[in-house]
Design a protein around this ligand. Sequence first.
Ligand code: ZN
Length: 462
Amino acid sequence: MRLFIIFLIALNLWGCSQQEERAVPADARRPLIFIAADGLEWSVMEPLINDGKLPAIARLMANGSYGYLESMIPTYSPVVWTSIATSKSPEKHGIEHFVYSHAGTQRYYTSGHRKTKAFWNILSDYGLTTNLLGWWMTYPAETIHGVMVAQTNTTGVLDDPKRALWKGSLLRGVEDQVSPPERQNEVMDILEETEASFDSLAGAIFGAAASAPMSPFTKLMWDQSRWSFRADAVYVRVAERLLSSKEPFDVLSVYIGGPDVAGHRFWRYAYPQEFFSPPAAEEIANFGRVIDDYYIHLDRMIAALLAAAPEGTSVVIASDHGMHAINPRGKFAVDTAPEEWNSGHHLDAPAGALIVSGPGFVDATPGDSLALPFARASLQKLGGVFDVLPTLLALKGIPIARDFEGRVLTALIEPSWLEKHPVREIDTHDDEAFEAARAARIKEAADQAERLEQLKSLGYIR
Ligand SMILES: [Zn+2]
C-alpha cells in the first residue's frame, strides 16, 4: 500500500513536471504576426523602398533587424516552407516536391504527409493560440489551438500541365479546409465576398494594366497569376477579420504567394534588358510594373494587418527564396511548353528576405525611419530557413529540439529576453499522438479526392 502511494505521488509529480515543461513564461504571451511572403526579393524592394513606395515594410525595417535569409535546394516552395515551419530537411519532414507518384499517377501532398510537427503544432502543445492561413500543404486542416485555413489543391488538374495550378486556394464544397470546422461557413463567406470584389481590387492594385489589351502570351501570364492574387486576397481578408474580432492570439501567420507568381510570370516585362526576346514596347509600358505594383499591394496588406493588430504586436516577414531572370533566350510563346513560360525563377536557391521588428526583437537601426538611400549591397545574411522556427520558439520561451536543423538567431532577439529566459533544449517535439493524427489526415484527403473529382465534373472547380 505504501509503495502504491509512493507510486501515485511519483506519477503526480511526473505529471506536474510535464505540465511545467509545457508552460510558457507569462511575458511570452505577446502577439506576433508572421508574414510568409513567397519569393520576396530584395532587388525588387530596393528601388521601391528608396522611392517611399513600401512605407510599412520600411517602418518595420527601421524599428527592427533585416537581411538575407539563406534558402535551400530543392528550392520548391512547398519544400522550403515546410522546412521553415519544421526546421527539418525534406528527407525528414517528408514534403519533397509539389506532388508525389502514386500507382502511376501524380498526387498532391497533404498535411498528413508531413512527418514532423510544424510550429503551429508545437505552439499549440504549449497552449499558445495560433491562427494559420493559407500555408503550403495544410490540407486537410489540422486541429490546433486557433484557427487554420488550408490551401487546398485539386488533384484533377495535374493531368493537364497547361491548366495545372500548383498552388492551392479555398474551394467551395470541400470539407476539412477550416479548423475548427464550425468556422468553415464564415471563411467561405469571406471567399465569396473577395471573389465578388476581385475585379475592383485588381484595378486598385494594377491600375490600367488590369484592363489593358494583351497579346495572347501576356493574357496567358495574366490568367496564370490572377488565381494567386485572388488566393492572397482571401487569406489576408480572413486574417483581417480575425484581427478585428479582437480574439486574443499569440501568433497569426498568413502565407502570401503573389510576389513569387508575379515574379515568375512578369520578370521579363520589368527587366526586358535581360532577355533576347523582350515583350513589345507597348506591353512593357502596360505590364512592366506588375511586380512592383504587387509589392506595393503587399506593403498595403501588411499595413492593414498591423492597423488591425493589438498594440505591441511583433512582426516577422520571411521569404523562402529570392528571384531572378531565367530563360534569357526563351521565345515566350503560348505554344511552348509551360516550363518555358517563366521569365523569373529561383531553382538555384537565391537568398530570400528576413525582417523582424517589435517587442522581443533587436532594433538594429538607429531612429524611427530608415536612412535612405537603402542599398541591398549592405545587407547581411541573418541566417537560413532552418533557423526561423528555433528563433520563433526562443521568443516564445518554448524549448528548442535537438532534432532541429537550425539554431536560434540570438543576434535578432533582445539580449535581456534571452538572459531572463535562457534557451532550453529537449530531444524532440514529436510524439505518437501527432503520428496517429497525421495518418488519419492522409486517409481523409484520399476520401476527399473522390469528392473533388465529382465537383470538377460538375464544373464547380477546375
Ligand atoms: Zn516560385
